[in-house]
Every structure is written in C-alpha cells, then in structure tokens.
Design a protein around this ligand. Structure first.
Ligand SMILES: Nc1ncnc2c1ncn2[C@@H]1O[C@H](COP(=O)(O)OP(=O)(O)OP(=O)(O)O)[C@@H](O)[C@H]1O
Length: 310
C-alpha cells in the first residue's frame, strides 16, 4: 500500500481554481441528550469536475453526515467545504436555496422520496424545473430528454405504482437531474433493488455522468457498484482513510485489463489511518516506532523494536 496526498488540491483551491468538491478538515459534532457524537473528525476529500466517485464505509462512519453537508441541508461544526466554487459555510439563506435547487441533485435510497405518486414520470421531472423557474416551453423537452438518457422514456406517462422499482429509481434520478445540477449526490441508490435493477440504475447514473458531465458522489455498500468506478473512497470513523483507483492497463502479453491500486489517504497534517488488518496483524497499539528509509517509512510495534535493539 502506498500513500496519496490531498495537499496539492487544497493549495490550488485557495487560489480559486480548485477541485469541484473540496472538504478540508471537516468536523461535524452532534449533541444529543448531553452526549457529543463526533460524526466527522477532520475529513478531507477532493473531487474533480466530471468525476464519478463511490464512497464506502461501515455503518456510522459518517457518509450520510457528509452528504447532508454537501447537499446544503446541514453545516459542519468546523473546516472548509466548497462545491462548485461556493463556500457552503457562508451561503446566505437565499443562496443556499438556490444552491439546493440548481447546483446539487440528491438521489435517495427510496425512489418514493423523489417522486410524487399522483404525478406521471414526465410531470415529476418537470416539477423541480418549475420551482427553479425554467421557462414553461423548455420543461417538456428537457424532461423528455432526461427520461430518454436514463432509459425510461417509455415510462413518461406512468405514475410510480405503474413502474418497477428500478424504473422508479431511474425516474427519481431524472428528478434529481432535472435542473442539470453540477453535482449529483446519491445515498445507497441501489440499496433496495435486485441485482438486475441495480445494474440498470447504476448504468443510468454513469450515462448522466457522461452525457451531462455531472460530477457524481455515490454512497454504496454494493461491491458491484463500487468496483465499476474509477475511484472508490473509504471512510472510517469520520475520516477518509483509503482510496482505490482503477484504470485500464495493458499487460506484457498485450491484453487490456482493469488494474486496481489501493492507497491510504495522507492528510495535510500528515495523519494516516493504518488499515485494521495491518494494526491487528502486528498488534500495533497506542505507540509505534517510525523509521525513515530512503524510499519508505517503516512502522514498528514499540515493544518489538526495543527487544530487537536490546
Ligand atoms: N442528528 C444526529 N444526532 C446525533 N448523532 C447523529 C446524528 N446524525 C448522525 N449521528 C451519528 O453520527 C455518526 C455518523 O452517522 P452517519 O449517519 O453519517 O453514518 P453513515 O456512515 O451514513 O451510516 P449508515 O451507513 O448506517 O447510514 C453515527 O455515530 C451517528 O449515530
């Protein structure tokens, strides 16, 4: 495993031409009944415009908290969060509303959260456009184009109960994309679907990413989904801990194949989370010894190294 740093992107962002999504040392503390829960503890993340990134992590690791902040529904306790050049900590109420209507689209796990049951698919997709005051003449054409791209043009006149779960979720995706947001945030969008519908929904997300250039951040537990994206970011205990990058490469026999490389994330303060299986294998706890070598850093259990030297 090697390390990757987000420092370069953070520096670029301060110059104003940074990544499309930037989270720098993000902290979110909830207080409930006198108990404080630190849901995000210095999370760093950068996503470039047009990227499609999967976020994975155990239950309670902070994924939903992060999406709520990025969608403009919640604000962090500390840190920096910028999306599409906007500082989400200093948005006025008016700008926040504009941001939520036009800059981000949100896809929930349950399609029903994005769909009104008494409206057809076409009407559902047109609704956010009317809230954003898109001229009436444009709405029908844009909604039809959206449903076409997502492979559900044939469902335009149907209401939710006349569609399969996968079709409903693709129409729900159409609602999220109606105002052509720069960013799509999706929280377990295939969590309630069988594998075929899940494939169709994920294929529709990829098409939206390709066709509209939407930057996508998708939270998923679904390995089929996370293995299909070029970049998967792991969250552990409220921090980004690891990253898998996938690219096509040609082997020595000239065959093209997918290569996945796993990195640990090194933050600007020099912090790095060691994978649990590594710390468990060497019983690393509390304190470790570090040795700087010419091309790597050695990490040793404190006790064992003392014994070696003794
Ligand atoms: N409104 C809240 N009040 C108090 N604690 C909260 C609140 N929202 C989240 N938390 C706590 O913050 C931590 C992170 O929660 P979060 O929902 O972001 O995790 P998650 O990774 O999305 O989990 P899951 O995969 O189960 O949805 C958890 O310990 C959770 O209990």
């Amino acid at each position: 495993m090697s390390t990757a740093t987000s420092a370069t992107s953070a520096t670029r962002s301060r110059r104003g031409d940074g990544p499309y999504i930037l989270c720098d040392n993000l902290v979110r503390i909830f207080s409930a009944e006198g108990v404080e829960v630190v849901a995000l503890q210095g999370l760093d993340l950068t996503v470039e415009k047009g990227e499609l990134v999967a976020l994975v992590g155990a239950s309670g690791s902070g994924k939903s908290t992060l999406l709520a902040i990025l969608s403009g529904l919640d604000t962090p306790s500390a840190g920096v969060v910028r999306v599409a050049g906007r500082d989400l900590l200093t948005l006025s109420a008016r700008d926040r509303l504009h941001y939520r209507r036009r800059t981000v689209g949100f896809l929930h796990q349950q399609a029903a959260a994005n769909l009104l049951p008494y409206l057809s698919a076409q009407e559902n997709v047109e609704l956010p456009m009317s809230l954003a005051r898109v001229p009436r003449s444009e709405r029908a054409t844009r909604a039809a184009e959206t449903l076409e791209v997502l492979g559900v043009a044939d469902c335009a006149a149907r209401r939710a109960h006349e569609m399969s779960g996968g079709q409903q979720q693709r129409v729900a995706l159409g609602v999220a994309l109606a105002n052509r947001p720069g960013v799509l945030l999706a929280d377990e969008p295939t969590g309630e679907l069988d594998s075929r519908s899940s494939d169709e929904v994920f294929a529709a997300i990829r098409r939206a990413n390709d066709t509209f250039g939407t930057t996508v951040l998708v939270v998923t537990h679904d390995a089929q989904v996370s293995e299909q994206v070029a970049r998967t970011v792991g969250i552990r205990d409220g921090r980004t801990s690891s990253e898998v990058r996938r690219r096509t490469a040609v082997d020595e026999h000239g065959n093209e194949g997918l290569v996945a490389e796993e990195f640990a994330v090194l933050d600007r303060a020099g912090r790095l989370q060691l994978p649990r299986q590594f710390t468990a294998a060497l019983e690393l706890r509390d304190r470790v010894r570090l040795d700087l070598e010419t091309d790597h850093i050695g990490v040793w259990p404190a006790g064992r190294r003392e014994e070696d030297q003794g």
